[in-house]
Design a protein around this ligand. Structure first.
Ligand code: AKG
Length: 336
């Protein structure tokens, strides 16, 4: 249930923030979330705060100059000391180009273990189609996107080990500040043989928190257009055109692509790239199956974050606990 008062929305216990995410009630029914009056109240406060925080600002206007002003204010309020610190060189470069590439940041064996987990027969969904579900192996489906179920992903040991990469966390903190936290993640297989589908059309990620970035972890080598690389027009996050909440065509963006130098990102397993996806970007429809993991890191929670069933530290594999203990704030939405 979602009730609207002007621009504000009230989300009930049976509202799903995105396709494929289980509602509070569904999580309680399947036994993954504990229920009780206090828990309901806590959930409602968090879910309504997170949802309205984004929709209030961003439905009013998505103008990048306005978003940047509000973003600076958010940084100052949430981490007053950090906002006076000088930016590192690579963070300043990221602020200009919306992009940072880190070669061999992750252990390739870890990346391939996680890729195996994504390719194993399981229940897949598609955040763009709330009623879609595929149970089985990827080969048994011709759907354009097969996403790992959010909670299965957020609890996956190999996923958590990837997220615990200190080098990755350090870069997020350089860009966003010490309160940077993992607030959502997606991992999916893009299947060949489809016209550009959903995020394969040019867009900005407009329904995200004010200060955020996304981390892309390719789960296989991406060496040609056939492999389905991410395509980005760098330096467009601040550009005061093309910020309507819609997809854009190649023709509309032709001049901008030439002026700013659009490019595709080729990568090997173990490489990681960080993107301010408020900049114009898209996936490329692949000629071969392509698997990717992407993390949302932000100062404020995303509208999806309150749906996470938090793990206790003792539920996490022992080998990961020291890294998580050392980065409690980064994991605050996932692990208590
Ligand atoms: O698939 C990709 O490489 C890009 C994905 C994307 O554009 C998105 O998730 O917003």
């Amino acid at each position: 249930m979602t009730i609207q008062f002007g621009r504000a929305h009230f989300l009930g216990l049976d509202a799903a923030p995105e396709g494929g995410i289980k509602t509070y009630r569904a999580q309680v029914a399947e036994g993954t979330r504990r229920d009780g009056p206090l828990r309901r109240l806590q959930y409602l406060i968090k879910a309504n705060y997170a949802f309205n925080y984004i929709w209030w600002f961003k439905t009013r206007s998505n103008d990048p100059a306005r978003i940047a002003r509000l973003g600076r204010l958010e940084k100052r309020l949430l981490q007053p000391l950090a906002s006076t610190r000088a930016m590192t060189e690579r963070a300043a470069e990221f602020a200009n180009s919306d992009f940072h590439f880190a070669s061999a940041m992750l252990d390739t064996a870890l990346v391939s273990r996680f890729a195996e987990d994504l390719y194993k027969p399981q229940r897949y969904n598609d955040p763009y189609r709330s009623n879609f579900e595929h149970v089985g192996s990827p080969e048994q489906s011709d759907s354009p996107f097969l996403y790992m179920e959010p909670q299965a992903l957020l609890e996956n040991a190999n996923f958590l080990e990837i997220c615990a990469s200190q080098a990755m966390i350090d870069f997020c903190r350089e860009v966003l500040g010490p309160r940077a936290a993992l607030s959502w993640a997606w991992s999916w297989i893009s299947q060949p043989g489809h016209m550009p589908y959903q995020n394969q059309k040019w867009h900005r990620d407009v329904v995200e928190p004010l200060n955020f970035l996304r981390i892309f972890v390719p789960l296989q080598a991406i060496g040609s257009r056939e492999d389905g690389p991410t395509e980005l027009i760098p330096g467009t996050s601040q550009m005061r055109e093309f910020y309507a909440m819609r997809r854009f065509s190649d023709q509309e963006l032709e001049q901008t692509k030439v002026a700013k130098g659009a490019g595709v990102v080729f990568a090997e397993p173990g490489d990681v790239y960080f993107v301010n996806t408020f900049a114009l970007h898209r996936g490329t429809p692949p000629g071969n199956r392509r698997a990717i993991l992407t993390l949302l890191v932000s100062l404020s929670p995303s509208h999806r974050t309150p749906s996470i069933r938090k793990l206790r530290l003792r539920e996490v594999p022992e080998r990961l606990r020291p890294m998580i203990r050392a980065n409690r704030s980064f994991f605050r939405h996932l692990i208590r």
